[in-house]
Design a protein around this ligand. Structure first.
Ligand SMILES: NC(=O)c1ccc[n+]([C@@H]2O[C@H](COP(=O)([O-])OP(=O)(O)OC[C@H]3O[C@@H](n4cnc5c(N)ncnc54)[C@H](O)[C@@H]3O)[C@@H](O)[C@H]2O)c1
Length: 343
């Protein structure tokens, strides 16, 4: 299939493109390039992403012409994170929600057959110890999570015989990507342990977080692409290898870096906690994740070592989503609507 991958220059996007090409799909990339070009660790992935047709544009400006010859859309572009939801709620709604609708409307009217949307398990909000699944009530507490849930709902109304829509609720990702981000929990815990010898846990560490390796995310989407539309259209799938308390993740990091110490800090405003089951993808599509958290931690430490990650480099804006977007506004590289300034 010829796939339009939005957000292909992001943390997941690079891996997605690499794996799609490996599976024999054609790729057209679409990204406005907020983040600087960089190679973190896996140079092979970087190289294989080159040579694809690239559309460098804001998703808010998507046009009918962008869908010429496209069979499937994998929609990853979005403003990720901001657990406090204080910096850009309106822009996040515009980019993550309204533009998703616009994208789907235009995709459908231009003959695209499949649409796979990157949602998030954060839609569940603040829950207890119960195991949640795709049928559980979603009660998002951040603007980010709301933008994902509203998109899921609106997309579910656009399904037709010729337009199969699938929403993928990704768990929090881990693993090394050429477009590295360290704000996700496991990447972050491993990063602090590796650079400072401290596994910095926010709050008491009792909150639940489901996690998944980025390769497994890419495999899951490619599985959906290969499935009969009748099995996947109108479906929501959780994508994850398991749910852990943050303390369990911290213990696993400490196990790999035994000289590090676990430190509990202030919780801040982030009370999100959700324990999620990932059985549905296995039941419906026979899909199983390959990477455990321990595989991921090993890969992270090796990647950090090869990159020469130091305490100072680890704090650079480009690795932290929210901090990076803030640096773009502060430096005037983007306007107040986060549109990249030209000229
Ligand atoms: N990383 C995770 O842990 C995680 C978890 C759950 C869901 N997701 C979802 O998966 C998707 C990809 O996440 P990621 O971690 O790769 O994020 P990322 O921030 O690394 O990448 C997002 C990409 O989208 C592009 N983008 C953002 N706004 C754009 C716009 N207005 N126009 C064009 N391009 C734009 C950015 O330039 C970037 O390359 C997102 O939709 C995210 O919400 C990610």
């Amino acid at each position: 299939m010829r796939c339009l991958v939005t957000g292909n220059h992001g943390y997941i996007g690079y891996i997605m493109v690499h794996d799609l090409l490996k599976s024999g799909h054609e790729v057209v990339g679409y990204d406005c390039n907020y983040f600087p070009e960089e190679v973190f660790g896996r140079g092979d992935t970087f190289e294989s992403s080159k040579g694809i047709r690239q559309i460098t544009k804001d998703i808010r400006d998507i046009s009918d012409a962008d869908f010429k010859g496209i069979d499937a859309v994998i929609h990853l572009a979005g403003l990720v994170d901001d657990p406090d939801g204080r910096i850009w709620p309106d822009i996040q709604m515009d980019i993550n929600y309204l533009s998703t609708l616009e994208l789907a409307i235009k995709a459908r009217r231009n003959g695209v057959k499949r649409f796979i949307f990157a949602s998030s398990t954060s839609v569940y909000g603040i829950k207890g110890d119960e195991l949640l699944d795709e049928e559980s009530s979603a009660e998002p507490v951040t603007w980010y999570a709301k933008s994902k849930l509203y998109s899921e709902y609106a997309l579910s109304k656009m399904i037709s015989e010729d337009f199969a829509v699938t929403c993928m609720r990704n768990a929090t990702c881990f693993g090394i990507s050429p477009r590295m981000r360290v704000n996700m929990v496991l990447n972050c815990l491993a990063g602090f342990a590796y650079t400072e010898g401290k596994v910095n846990v926010v709050g008491d560490g009792m909150n639940w977080r489901p996690v998944v390796h980025i390769e497994d995310v890419a495999r899951a989407y490619i599985n959906v692409l290969a499935a009969d539309p009748s099995k996947v259209s109108g479906q929501v799938f959780g994508v994850g290898c398991g749910s852990y308390r943050i303390n369990e993740l911290a213990e696993a990091v400490k196990e790999a870096l035994p000289n590090s110490v676990i430190v509990h800090g202030d919780r801040g405003n982030d009370n999100r906690s959700y324990r999620v089951s990932f059985e549905k993808m296995e039941k419906v599509l026979g899909f199983k994740t390959k990477y455990s958290i321990r595989d991921g931690i090993k890969e992270l430490i090796k990647g950090y070592e090869e990159f020469g990650l130091t305490k100072e480099k680890f704090q650079e804006d480009r690795f932290w989503s929210t901090k990076y977007y803030k640096s773009l506004t502060d430096s005037g590289k983007v306007d107040r609507n986060l549109r990249i300034k030209t000229g």
